[in-house]
Write a protein that binds this ligand. Structure first.
Ligand SMILES: Cc1cc2nc3c(=O)[nH]c(=O)nc-3n(C[C@H](O)[C@H](O)[C@H](O)COP(=O)(O)OP(=O)(O)OC[C@H]3O[C@@H](n4cnc5c(N)ncnc54)[C@H](O)[C@@H]3O)c2cc1C
Length: 467
């Protein structure tokens, strides 16, 4: 890449003005905080911005946007740093980072929560679960609430309470002109529609307001594991069993090699397995009844399903996806787990080489599918499953092989692809972004983009170019 811009090249007067007022921190490449400041979750992405503006509040975001506009910076926006393709950091240009903005306020009476854009999922659960309430969100606690919400948000509560955006009440956003606006059903309703899936295309979000719903705080949840050789039968059984599943039950099927965790018997470490993870968001006794046929099926190697705090279950997958490992993702949605699909999945499961590579199959339906197709931009509502294939290595060693394996599985599933979930895209081009919304809604998003960001100032994202 080209060398980084010096202070002089960045317009010292404008920069001095930004820094003088800034409550957070403006980090330069020469600062000790720079290396940590530019690091993101996906260790395979290595980019060096000229500036990182770590905002402490809305005023900082406004100033950062105005500075970037005036000095014509390329801008990446960052909250939780979990963008799979690393769109939250740029080579050259400026990162506007809201990760320090961590305010959360729960109103248990009104059953609402306000959360600033730097909040991580585990931090929100911690506050809402104190009152037995929750926002449906993702399955790894260190994921950022902002990026996840703006793309939709799937997770363990999706079949009961829908996507994260289905519980969104309002959004505070700084526009590309540096103005603070609010979007809700009653205020800037067009923008509110776009923010419920259209990603970071329209402005920089500083705060969300959510409706809360009762969850736990103890739920019946956890993994049940079989040998990968049993996977064809397990998947066929699973396919029938979920047909009658109540909304309270959300499951995710994972194929992988067992991680060497102290909580798992040593003789299983490294074995190729199929795992059905469950979360029953209802009374534990009812969950026991619903899960019994699955637990009784075949000869599980391990049954870790038990009543546990919802927050504990939310953290179960954290060790599988730590910061700094190398990740390559391919994803698609499927209508159903047909015999042909199962054959492809099992075939590739047997070929997993890396001890940390995984692929997961999310079960949709329930509340996700009851929201109308046009109520939000998201196209995946009527899909049966999301498949997320993640080739992983702990360092760069062996990464190319895992990437090829992930591409191979994704390509083999191609005849069955329906659409795709925007938050599980790499940088795959405009057609794939269109697929995440469908042609008609994509066009509507482009019109909205023209209204809120006509010059595509915010283009380091799953970009929707202005109409
Ligand atoms: C380990 C892991 C687990 C995941 N699990 C799930 C899951 O269970 N369910 C699910 O739905 N998704 C999941 N995802 C995908 C996740 O939703 C996306 O990666 C999401 O973008 C992460 O948000 P972030 O704030 O951490 O990301 P960042 O990298 O900080 O941001 C990603 C993008 O979001 C936009 N953005 C971020 N913050 C703002 C803001 N304040 N204003 C405007 N735009 C903004 C920008 O375009 C940015 O490039 C997971 C990702 C990872 C890495």
């Amino acid at each position: 890449m080209e060398s980084l811009a010096t202070r002089e090249q960045l317009d010292p007067a404008a920069l001095g003005e930004l820094e003088a007022a800034f409550a957070g921190e403006v980090i330069h490449p020469s600062d000790p905080a720079y290396e940590e400041g530019r690091a993101i979750w996906n260790g395979s992405i290595d980019r060096r911005p000229d500036l990182i503006a770590q905002c402490a509040g809305v005023a900082d975001v406004i100033d950062a946007v105005r500075f970037a506009r005036e000095t014509e910076q390329l801008v990446a926006v960052r909250s939780g740093r979990h963008s799979y393709p690393g769109l939250c950091v740029c080579d050259g240009g400026m990162v506007i980072d809201v990760g320090r903005m961590k305010g959360i306020r729960v109103d248990p009476e009104a059953r609402t929560a306000r959360a600033q854009a730097g909040v991580l999922l585990g931090e929100l659960d911690r506050e809402t679960q104190a009152f037995g309430l929750a926002v449906p969100a993702g399955i790894v606690t260190h994921t950022g609430l902002a990026g996840l919400t703006l793309g939709g948000g799937v997770g363990w509560l999706e079949r009961k309470y829908g996507l994260t955006v289905d519980q969104l009440l309002s959004v505070d956003m700084v526009t590309v002109d540096g103005e603070l606006v609010r979007a809700s059903e009653d205020e800037n309703a067009d923008l509110f529609w776009g923010l419920r899936g259209g990603g970071g295309n329209f402005g920089i979000v500083t705060e969300f307001e959510f409706r809360l719903n009762p969850v736990g705080p103890r739920v019946l949840a956890g993994p049940i594991m079989w040998a990968v050789e049993d996977s064809p039968e397990v998947l066929r059984f699973y396919r029938e069993w979920i047909q009658g599943a109540p909304d309270e039950l959300t499951t995710i099927v994972t194929h992988r090699r067992v991680l060497p965790l102290p909580t798992i018997p040593e003789e299983l470490h490294g074995r190729h397995v199929v795992i059905v993870g469950s979360c029953f968001a209802g009374p534990v006794e009812e969950g026991e009844r619903v899960l019994k046929p699955l637990r009784d099926f075949g000869s599980p190697l391990l049954d870790g399903c038990a009543p546990m705090p919802f927050t504990k279950h939310q953290a179960i997958l954290d060790p599988s996806f730590p910061h700094g490992w190398w990740y390559y993702i391919r994803s698609c949605n499927l209508a159903s787990l047909t015999d042909e699909v199962i054959d492809v999945l099992v075939d590739h499961a047997l070929g997993i080489a890396s001890p940390v590579t995984v692929f997961s199959i999310f079960h949709l339906g329930g509340a996700v599918a009851r929201v109308g197709e046009d109520e939000t931009p998201i196209a995946a509502r009527n899909s049966g499953h999301i498949v997320n294939v993640i080739g992983i290595t702990t360092t760069g060693d062996g990464f190319d092989q895992e990437r090829e394996w992930a591409r191979g599985l994704w390509s083999a599933l191609q005849p069955h692809h329906q659409d795709v979930y925007v938050n599980f895209l790499m940088e795959e081009g405009e057609d794939r972004v269109r697929e995440a919304y469908g042609a008609a809604k994509y066009d509507r998003l482009k019109v909205l983009k023209r209204k809120y960001d006509p010059h595509n100032f915010l283009r380091l994202n799953q970009n929707i170019p202005p109409a």
